[in-house]
Structure formats: C-alpha cells, structure tokens
Design a binder for this molecule. Structure first.
Ligand code: GLU
Length: 396
C-alpha cells in the first residue's frame, strides 16, 4: 500500500520543515539560531491569557462551538473590520478557523474547480500554491523583482487574466518580502479585477506589523466588497501562533461555502482559543503596538547588518518581520568540498556551518533569495548575522 498520489505530490511546508530541522539540530545540543519560522518571539500578552483562563474557569466553553465560530466573537471581528478596516461586514460574513492557513484552505476548497487558475503575486507564501494544487487548480505567477520592491503590478495582473482565472491571491504586508502595497497600487489592482469575473483573496494577517502607515484593506475599496475575501487572524499581531485562530470576512455565499467545508473538516475552531481571541480583539492594542515598535527596531538592525555583508542585496521591507535578500552572488562558490549551487544549498550550508536556519527562496517563488525572519531577540539577530557573514566570507 502507498499514500495517495495527492499526498505524494504535495510539497512539505518549507517553513515548517526548516523549523523542524532547526529543532533537530538543537536536540543534538547544537546551538542553532532559528530565523526560519515566521513566529513572534513574544509571549501572548497577559490579558489574553487571562481571558482564556476566565473562559476555562467559567465552565461554559466545553462543547462544540458553532461551526463558523461563536456569534459574539464573529460580531466582535465584524465590528473591528467595520471600524478599523472600513469594510461593512456583519457576523454572517465571518468564519473563524484553525489559523489563517485553514481559512485560506477553506476558501480554496470552496471556490476552485479542477483546472481553474489562481493568479499568485510572487514572491508568495509557501502554502498558497500547495493549497491550490490540492484543489487541482493551477497557480499562475506574476513576479515582482527586488528592484520593484518585489511587487507585481496591476498591468502584469491584467496580462495574466484568462477565461479560466477564478481568483487572485496576495499578502500585504507580504510574507516573505515584507513589501506593502500602497493604496494607489491596490486601487489599480482593484480596477483590473472589477473588469473581470474574478475574486481577490487578500491575506492581511500582517496588518498590524506595518511600518509604512495605515493598512489598506482591498475589500474597503469601492466596488470590492462583493469581490474580496479578507483573510486575517491573531497569530502575528497578538503573538498567538499556537492558539490557531484565523478568520475570513467574505460575501455571505462564500462564508457559507467555507462553513460547509469546515463542518466536514474540523467542526469548528477550539472554544477556549476563540474566547482568548475575543479578549484580544476587544482589548486595547498597546501590547500589539509595542511588539510592532520592537520589530521596527530589529528591522533597522538587520538592515544595517545585512548591508555590511558583501554580495547580499536587499530591499527595505515596510512591514511583516521578514527580509528576503538576494544571495545569488554566492551561487557557484565553494568552501572545501561544499559547493553552493542555489538558495537551498546556501540555507543548508548556513545551517550546518553557521548554525543559523533560514528558508530558501525557492519555496516562495524566487530562487535567488533566502527568507530571514527577524521575529527574534536583538541578541540572537546580532549573533546570527555575525555567523552568516563569517560563513559567507569562507565561500570563494
Ligand atoms: N506563516 C509562518 C511562516 O511563514 C508560519 C509557518 C507557516 O505556517 O508557514 O513562517
């Protein structure tokens, strides 16, 4: 017996695989600095943990929640999206899931028929393409290069649309590049979308980690409510990765599709995690803002340290907590018997010799780059960049 073709053909998540590799090295007593996983190094703020404890102690939240999420939590999310994001969602437009990743999976399964095309703004987050493939759809890439701040344009989008296009997907702030679409750029994309019978999946999970000013939601632009699925969650802005709470805001028919899907897959999102999320979303954003201020300081530090490494080319990310430098200068070089042919080789070399884990850009659609997550302490970032610089200097 064998696993299904579906699973055999499925790529393993490169972010999680690299994190597992770093853990494996650590368990052997090797002092690895892990900059591979996009995970805040902060603890979930105390008020959110207290909200969860209160929910447990109340004894009320032990049974299956409604499939799409508790009504009061969906109402609170809709209120946030109306007040902060200027999108006119009601509770019926919201579906709460086990992380934004499941939210995206629900959307893909609800919308994509075999052969449908999804236009992916590249560089892109690893799981988009894997989920599109699982639905037997086809990813069509439009690429933004480092010289364009990694942002593909409305013009490229227009050229990529065919009669098979069902949706487009992007993240802003972007994982892996940290790029942020400006309002004008999003408006230009919206104008193209409105000319066609297609939808937008707008991944806004990094909305709070934006150093460039106000976050702009695609669904808030004129005429875009009916054409947009807004994806968000609690992992990044509230340091709640392990709680697994994501959500969508979407036109009702799509929310219903996602609810049907979720009803067969997970029944609902964990009851206590939802109560914690309610505390987060109705609390004040001071801890979130403090974390963002810390990320900004780290961005400055990493930008400075990266620019001191010969041959490494980077943009200045405007949000999220990633750098996506071009390291192709080192391709073809060697240290002893180790030859670096591509970004994956470079990541393995850095893990083995510098004990720093990064993720290869190949997993995100740009094979000249590597992704560095700077959601780590200043001390670890300084040490990691020192080790990377040293290891790279040994290549010739
Ligand atoms: N979104 C994070 C990352 O890109 C977490 C890991 C994952 O789910 O891919 O590293």
């Amino acid at each position: 017996m064998k696993l299904s073709d579906r699973i055999n053909n499925l790529e393993e998540s490169a972010t999680l695989a690299m994190a597992a590799k770093a853990r494996e090295f650590k368990s052997q007593g090797i002092d690895v600095i892990s900059l591979s996983l996009g995970e805040p190094d902060f603890k979930t703020p105390q008020y959110i943990q207290d909200g969860a404890k209160k929910a447990i102690d109340s004894g009320l939240y032990f049974a299956y929640p409604p499939v799409n999420g508790y009504l009061d939590v969906r109402e609170a999310i809709a209120t946030k999206l109306r007040n902060e994001n200027h999108i006119d969602y009601q509770a019926e437009n919201i579906v709460i899931s086990n992380g934004a990743k499941q939210s995206i999976a629900n959307v893909m399964y609800s919308l994509i028929n075999p052969g449908d095309e999804v236009i992916v703004f590249s560089p892109y987050w690893v799981s988009y393409t894997a989920l599109i493939e699982l639905c037997e759809g086809k990813s069509v890439f439009i690429n933004g290069g480092i010289e364009d701040d990694f942002k593909a344009t409305a013009k490229q989008l227009e050229a990529a649309i065919t009669s098979k296009t069902k949706a487009i997907i992007y993240s802003s702030p972007c994982n892996p590049t940290g790029s942020v679409f400006t309002r004008a750029e999003l408006e230009a994309i919206a104008e193209v979308v409105k000319k066609h019978d297609i939808l937008v999946i707008a991944d806004e999970i990094y909305e709070h980690i934006n150093f460039s000013g106000d976050h702009v939601s695609m669904a808030s632009l004129p005429g875009m409510f009916e054409k947009t699925i807004t994806v968000n969650g609690f992992a990044k802005g509230f340091a709640m990765t392990g709680w697994r709470v994501g959500y969508i805001g979407a036109p009702k028919w799509i929310a219903q599709g996602c609810t049907k899907m979720q009803g067969q897959l997970t029944s609902a999102n964990c009851s206590i995690a939802q109560r914690a999320a309610l505390t987060a979303i109705t609390g004040d954003l001071t801890p979130t803002r403090e974390m963002t201020a810390a990320y900004l300081q780290r961005r400055e530090l990493v930008f400075k340290l990266l620019s001191e490494i010969p041959g490494v080319k980077t943009n200045l990310p405007k949000g999220a907590f990633y750098f996506f430098p071009d390291v192709s200068h080192y391709f073809g070089m060697k240290n002893g018997g180790t030859q670096i042919n591509n970004a994956s080789d470079l990541c393995m070399y850095l893990l083995e010799t510098a004990h720093v884990s990064l993720v290869t850009g190949e997993a995100f659609g740009d094979s000249n780059c590597v992704r560095i997550s700077y959601a780590a302490s200043t001390e670890n970032l300084k040490e990691a960049l020192k080790r990377i610089k040293e290891a790279l200097s040994k290549l010739s």
